[in-house]
Design a protein around this ligand. Structure first.
Ligand code: GLY
Ligand code: MN
Ligand code: MN
Length: 570
């Protein structure tokens, strides 16, 4: 097997029918290890099958993603390969197919046949776009047995039906909008029951691939790590531009008489959109084609909206009501206005060769690039929630325990700040003990989401495999309140090789606070003082190891560094 890793997302855009392609490698060391993933997936697949089916030849038939078009136009939408197809093929050419065969106890178990089918370059399409690679070029950069054109797929299926009698064909769920469609012109002889040519099922393949994807191999880890390094630098770039402005080192801005357009980094960041533009520019500059998800760039109290993706509002020049959707763009860049002290929460990460990053940093804006005392207290508490999580994370620990420790840390921290009452201060005895407050579920109003999730090809990776219908419970650990787990996307014991985010947060969302406005555990006067902070989240991506974890996120989050950079002092 040749050993080269594909780097720099190959992108293929189709015009009316096809193609723009470019493959860039930053290392001539390795091809994406699709074959290893095929074997890993088949092993899980066979385990999932009923006893009587396991010894049979097993065949997987997959369709890749096709290029979509914007409603009723001929303009291409962004193309991103379907993750499961990429996992088993390493192929980013749109409209491709994969046919792979395996049989336990035969030579096919070590060397499954993996046949890739990529579209033929048509002359008429080249004028609009760039063609897919030739078969010879494609064979060199894919870890597969053979490469042919889709017209040869029916013949290849017929051959397998003959040489592997009794084979069980597996597909992803058919008739589902979640997965690409297997075109009847190529797959009819096995998918049409009237043909009676082979048994086919879509029950086992998806859970098998998802199970395989839950732990990553060294090549995948290198890709996740690279994505995280690029995104870490992009977060730092935003902070540094903010800091330059504090030190008046950004001289040019709208309305100050410059007679040329501003370059990235020259403009003052005074709107969410300006921060997003700098973040994305930094990732693109380093070769990342896609963001792994829509960036969340939320200033002031908008930081309390967990998946805020508008990113089009002014920073706060005066009190901003929670969910204030007025867009006061005319206020930006006016010399006479001072920014209110506020936080800027950026949850953003690029994708590298179909592998994600997912990083949140919350930074001070206004106030000379320093947190207000209230924002700083909340920030430090979120950092403590993350630190306590890191202290217990390792293979074998059930992820629920991390969720619980975050709630426990929040409750203790809020008791210190006086937001939650303590038995002493309230005089109400054990009613306000840490355990009692935990049992009340009130902390969910401030930390409503899960502490993290599996990450890989997708930012929320393999959802069904990581959140089984029946949670495997953790023996002996007090679980706290059921509301802690409503949005927890990972409910498994950790395994070495998993990649997860650790992303505690504290928010003051009026919608969620409504539920605890009458709570006797809370000192509501003290709470009022903290509500203008809006929200703080700190999110890193880590690899789980036998003894602990390795942090792939390189941008720092300690207060001294964040304030130092955002104030222009570092
Ligand atoms: N970026 C979305 C999340 O952190 O889950
Ligand atoms: Mn996340
Ligand atoms: Mn995130």
């Amino acid at each position: 097997m040749s050993t080269r890793i594909l780097q720099g997302n190959p992108s293929y855009l189709f015009a009316t029918t096809y193609h723009l392609s470019s493959v860039s490698l930053i290392s001539s060391a390795m091809v994406y290890p699709a074959n290893k993933h095929v074997i890993k997936t088949f092993k899980y697949l066979v385990d999932l099958l009923p006893e009587g089916e396991r010894a049979k030849p097993q065949v997987v038939l997959l369709a890749g993603e096709v290029v979509g078009f914007r409603n009723d136009t001929d303009r291409e939408l962004v193309f991103r390969q379907e993750s499961n197809f990429f996992y088993l093929s390493g192929c980013t050419v749109p409209s491709s197919y994969l046919l792979t065969a395996y049989q336990p106890g035969t030579s096919l178990s070590n060397t499954p046949s993996v046949e890739l089918f990529i579209p033929k370059a048509e002359l008429a399409d080249m004028m609009w776009s760039v063609p897919p690679p030739s078969l010879t070029a494609a064979k060199e950069i894919h870890d597969v047995t053979s490469v042919a054109h889709p017209a040869e797929l029916p013949g290849a299926i017929n051959t397998l039906l003959k040489v592997l009698p009794g084979a069980l064909f597996h597909t992803l769920p058919r008739n589902s909008p979640l997965f690409p469609t297997l075109a009847p012109e190529y797959t009819e002889q096995v998918l049409n029951p009237e043909n009676g040519d082979g048994a086919v099922t879509d029950l086992y393949l998806l859970p098998a691939i998802q199970r395989a994807r839950l732990t990553k191999d060294a090549d995948e880890l290198a890709l996740v790590k690279h994505a995280n390094e690029i995104s870490s630098r992009a977060h730092e770039v935003v902070m540094r531009v903010l800091g330059k402005a504090v030190k008046n080192k950004i001289e040019a801005s709208l309305g100050t008489g410059v007679d040329r357009p501003l370059l990235p980094g020259e403009w003052l960041i005074e709107k969410e959109a300006e921060a997003e533009a700098i973040f994305v520019a930094s990732c693109r500059r380093e070769g990342a084609v896609h963001q792994a998800y829509l960036p969340i760039v939320a200033a002031s109290t908008r930081a309390s909206t967990l998946h805020y993706c508008c990113n089009d509002r002014e920073f706060a020049w005066g009190p901003v009501k929670p969910h204030d959707h007025h867009n006061n763009n005319e206020l930006a860049h006016g010399k006479s206005k001072e920014l209110n002290p506020q936080v800027l929460l950026i949850d953003a990460g690029c994708e590298w060769n179909c592998y994600a990053s997912d990083i949140t940093r919350t930074m001070p804006v206004g106030n000379g690039g320093k947190f207000t005392p209230e924002a700083r207290a909340i920030y430090e508490l979120v950092l403590e929630m993350q630190k306590q999580s890191f202290e217990i994370i390792k293979a074998g620990l059930h992820w629920d325990a991390v969720q619980l420790i975050c709630h426990r840390t929040l409750v203790k921290g809020f008791q210190k700040l006086g937001i939650f009452k303590t038995p002493d201060s309230s005089g109400s005895g054990s009613w306000n003990s840490e355990e009692a407050i935990l049992a009340s579920g009130d902390s969910s109003a401030f930390f409503p989401h899960g502490v993290g999730h599996s990450l890989g090809m997708d930012v929320h990776d393999v959802p069904s495999a990581s959140k089984p219908a029946i949670n495997s419970t953790i023996g002996g650990v007090a679980l706290g309140h059921e509301s802690f787990y409503t949005y927890l996307r990972l409910r498994l014991p950790l395994e070495a090789g998993m990649v997860v985010t650790v992303e505690p947060g504290i928010y003051f969302s009026p919608h969620l606070l409504a539920a605890i406005r009458n709570s006797n555990h809370i000192n509501h006067e003290v709470l009022k003082k903290y509500e203008p902070v809006g929200g703080v989240r700190i999110e890193d991506v880590v690899l789980i190891t036998e003894t602990g974890y390795e942090n792939f996120t390189t941008v720092r989050s300690d207060v001294a560094w964040v304030e130092g950079v955002c104030s222009g002092e570092l």
